[in-house]
Design a protein around this ligand. Structure first.
Ligand code: AMP
Ligand code: MN
Ligand code: MN
Ligand code: MN
Length: 283
């Protein structure tokens, strides 16, 4: 099945409206879709309505920022009740520090001579609650400091580089609980991105399972084919369901388009089989 269960709209750090994403997913042959904006459910109603109108089965989604072993880890939630109060409160608290963090990032960039980056980043922000490094990256590209966003995330905004501001996000335990207690399924997003040692990665997978986490992204826009194989192995070893999602943000920036991913490696149980009764199907 061509499931794409990870992407971003203008409600977080993507560039397209939820309706445009639904149309793009449909046009690209997606058969099951989820919009997973960072720490935010503001696009869910629109995404579900647009999916329904396009005849596209839909799962609610979000991608929660978590601090684990001093590293930022992303946990995707799928198929939860988007009106769940505890989940909504948890996400609001997780979003809470972004404004101040952004001002500090701009102050750090100013120290290396890059002035006005807060105002510059704001021009790309669709949701004032959700200013992210991606918006700074777009500004740094547009103003000619870097050639593309990839260069931004090598030279700036990452640990050890100008513009990086350490931040405490949600705990792994809370993120998994909020999703699970809202009736959803928690998934470790793009595990190859974290550069953990084998011991740290083992701790992440084990603790995630202890808290009730059920899935791992095996095929994502951030994984090479070898990494997909590696995390297919991890899914089997830890008895986790396998997920698949492009992590599409923008037609101009994203390497992998919505619905354009390779299939899951064989022998894995896909997350969507466990979410059958959570799928919103067009009449
Ligand atoms: P934030 O939540 O503000 O820390 O921003 C994180 C976002 O920055 C991610 O969701 C990605 O969209 C983007 N990002 C992080 N690393 C990279 C990278 N190496 N290349 C492109 N985008 C990145
Ligand atoms: Mn993002
Ligand atoms: Mn992510
Ligand atoms: Mn993402």
């Amino acid at each position: 099945m061509n499931a794409d269960l990870h992407c971003h709209s203008i409600v977080s750090d993507g560039t397209l409206e939820p309706e445009a994403l639904a149309a793009r997913a449909k046009a690209n042959g997606v058969e099951l879709w989820a919009l997973t904006d960072h720490d935010e459910l503001g696009g869910q109603q629109r995404a579900r309505a647009a999916a329904r109108a396009a005849g596209l089965p839909y799962l609610t989604g979000t991608e929660i920022s978590v601090t684990f072993a001093d590293v930022t880890v992303h946990i995707v939630g799928l198929g939860f009740d988007a009106d769940d109060e505890a989940l909504r409160r948890g996400l609001a608290a997780t979003r809470g520090g972004r404004e101040e963090r952004a001002r500090e990032m701009a102050a750090e960039l100013a120290k290396v001579g890059i002035l006005g980056s807060y105002e510059g980043a704001l021009r790309y922000v669709g949701n004032p609650d959700l200013i992210s490094r991606t918006h700074f990256a777009r500004h740094l590209v547009e103003s000619g400091v870097c050639a593309d966003t990839g260069e931004v995330f090598r030279r700036f905004l990452v640990e050890g580089r100008p513009g990086f501001v350490p931040h405490r996000w949600a705990t792994l335990r809370n993120a998994v609980r909020w999703i699970t207690e809202a009736g959803g399924l928690a998934v470790i997003a793009h595990p190859a991105r974290y550069k953990f040692t084998p011991t740290e990665e083992y701790a992440l997978f084990t603790e995630f399972k202890t808290h009730g986490g059920r899935g791992v992204e095996v095929v994502t826009g951030s994984h090479t084919a070898a990494e997909a194989e590696r995390y297919a192995g991890a899914a089997r070893e830890f008895d986790l369901l396998a997920s698949r999602g492009s992590d599409f943000h923008s037609p101009d920036e994203s390497r992998i388009d919505l619905g354009a991913l390779p299939p899951l490696p064989g022998g894995l149980a896909p997350v969507w089989e466990a979410l059958e009764d959570r799928i919103d199907r067009p009449a």
